[in-house]
Design a protein around this ligand. Sequence first.
Ligand code: 2DT
Length: 217
Amino acid sequence: AGAGNEGRGAFIVFEGCDRSGKTTQSKKLVAALREKGVDAEWWRFPDRTTGVGRLIDSYLAGKQDTEDDVIHLLFAANRLEKKQELMSKLEGGTTVVLDRYAQSGAAFTMAKATPGLDLAWCMGVEGSRLPAPDVVYFLKAPVEMAAERGGFGDERYEVLEFQRKVADCYMNLSKMEGWRELDATQTIDALHLEICKDAMKVVEACKAGRPIDLLWA
Ligand code: 2DT
């Protein structure tokens, strides 16, 4: 039990378009929190290691086509299957830093503009079954810049035109929900410092007993 082990852990989510720096920043945050004595873990969704996760992986790799509603539900199921573990980490005092969560689910499905799969549907599917993040860090960068970064273009959604739509959906969600918007074009270290300062406050508030809300209820 470290210094950060009394009270509950914070639930911190990173969102943003592909290649905006979520993975780098979320991992750096976990390392920094641990250095400060905060018990913290890095998670990501989709978790491709579960049975559901393997279906998602094969869809993202383009090996399998899946209806838009079905793949949305699989992404949601992938979160629901980790809910007990997530809750017991938070309640046990561990801060969980997530690289993508249900906000990705809503943004990517809405970007497809499939009839019947609107925001209300997305929110209804899992909104009352999962915990809400204590903060969402939204990394904003022009999609063109993200596309120039390494690794872009390997998977189903990594197409500039689609990423533009995802960015619009993220922007709308962010405004609606009051996410913490961050300039992802600054240096890795400058962005990291900005996030660290804010995240420590969130960790302290959760430790002091801020309740865990429902995601969208
Ligand atoms: P990465 O593993 O590189 O982050 O890509 N996605 C993710 C969805 O469409 N719905 C979801 O609920 C989630 C969590 C975003 C994963 C890809 O899967 C998309 C990019």
